[in-house]
Write a protein that binds this ligand. Structure first.
Ligand code: SAM
Ligand code: SF4
Length: 356
């Protein structure tokens, strides 16, 4: 099948799609994104096993329930053996990779993490993705040398002033996630980033800028999801909420999330793009499937033991919070089959990374 030729999307086209309300026009966007997805990354849906290894965090992100001053949240940090037990479950389910995610937790020591990466690489054929926040160059280099393949760090919003408002720097440090993404690229990682959709204060133009930045950064993986308000965070406080000018504020809606997934696919055809848990939280019945038929090609079943998973509460009412790893796995398989797609085999490296 030949890809029809579409002229490259400009900022004004992106804004127009983000504001589009005609169902018929949007059907055209979904069709295009699905076609480009099929042509660029194929019909397979890759499964990544997510292990939420620690919910300790030293940061004060205005949006996230793991922020350090959310004192009521019971905190946990998994042991290396507990992580390895989850990894073995992932192997048994045939996953091609695991994602180890955590708050920004300095007690995840660099050498300890490097050992865990080495153990996973020695005991399984899986690719290892890390998502541990803003870490120093030496740590990122050490983990890469230990065998880590990929790193995920969302820049959250390309509007620098908004980013600084919702993501205060840690005292004595500069928070420059774009610079860290450059470092990750130079270290040879497969690089992933993304944004939240509908952050209070995020305008349509900001979101179009985010999408353009995905293209400029030539990302290998792109994760986007709606902003979901956590009552114990500053962004839930009406006094502290600043919204964009009238008619400019992006809604944190399911529809807007599909638009961003579809546009990300058109702008970065060979990137791996997940249909995220935050999207599934807005539509538990069919959010995952709709993301997959509107540009996405990845799902991330949760391998975290349920006793910990309930405390990885970045926002309330998270999808899949009570399920065991086995149930999550079966559920994803059924959903993939229901849309006529197949499960990916192998590590599912980003074709963008492979081409580079
Ligand atoms: N601590 C690491 C970091 O910040 O990159 C990784 C874990 S953090 C929980 C992973 C992602 O969760 C963030 O990049 C952010 O986009 C998302 N997130 C946090 N709070 C959220 C919220 N209230 N609604 C939607 N997504 C949220
Ligand atoms: Fe910590 Fe990441 Fe949540 Fe920020 S988004 S508070 S760094 S876990």
């Amino acid at each position: 099948m030949e890809l029809p030729h579409y002229p490259p999307l400009q900022r004004s086209d992106i804004v127009a799609w983000l504001r589009e309300t005609s169902e018929a026009r949007l059907e055209e966007l979904w069709r295009r994104a699905d076609l480009v997805r099929q042509q660029s990354v194929g019909g397979e849906v890759h499964l990544r096993g997510l292990i939420e290894i620690s919910n300790h965090c030293i940061r004060l992100c205005g949006y996230c329930g793991l922020r350090v001053d959310h004192r009521e949240l019971p905190r946990y940090r998994m042991t290396a053996d507990e992580i390895m037990a989850c990894v073995q479950e992932g192997v048994a389910f045939g996953y091609g990779s695991v994602v180890l995610q955590a708050g920004e937790d300095p007690r995840i020591l660099a050498d300890w993490m490097a050992d865990v990466v080495r153990r996973i690489k020695a005991d399984s054929p899986m690719a290892v993705t890390l998502s541990l926040g803003e870490r120093d160059y030496d740590e990122l280099a050490l983990w890469r040398a230990a065998g880590a393949d990929r790193y995920l760090l969302r820049f959250e919003t390309s509007n620098r002033e908004l980013f600084e408002r919702i993501h205060p720097p840690h005292p004595g440090r500069v928070s420059d996630r774009i610079a860290i993404l450059g470092t990750l690229r130079r270290l040879g990682y497969e690089v992933g980033s993304g944004v939240m959709i509908g952050i209070p204060g995020q305008s349509f133009d900001d979101l179009a800028g985010d999408l353009e930045l995905f293209r400029a950064l030539n990302l290998d993986m792109i994760g986007v999801g709606p902003f979901l308000m956590h009552p114990e965070t500053p962004l839930a406080d009406p006094q502290q909420q600043s919204v964009a000018a009238p008619g400019e504020q992006v809604p944190a809606s399911e529809l807007m999330t599909y638009k961003v997934i579809a546009l990300a696919r058109l702008l970065c055809p060979r990137a791996n793009i997940p249909s995220t848990t935050a999207l599934a939280t807005l539509n538990k019945n069919s959010g995952r499937e709709l993301g997959l038929v509107r540009g996405a090609n990845i799902v991330m079943p949760n391998l975290t033991p349920p006793k910990y998973r309930v405390h990885y509460e970045i926002y309330p009412n998270k999808a899949c919070i009570q399920e065991s790893a086995g149930l999550c796995h079966q559920c994803m398989e059924v959903r993939i089959k229901s849309i006529g797609r197949t499960r990916g085999s192998g590590r599912g490296d980003s074709p963008n990374y492979v081409a580079r």
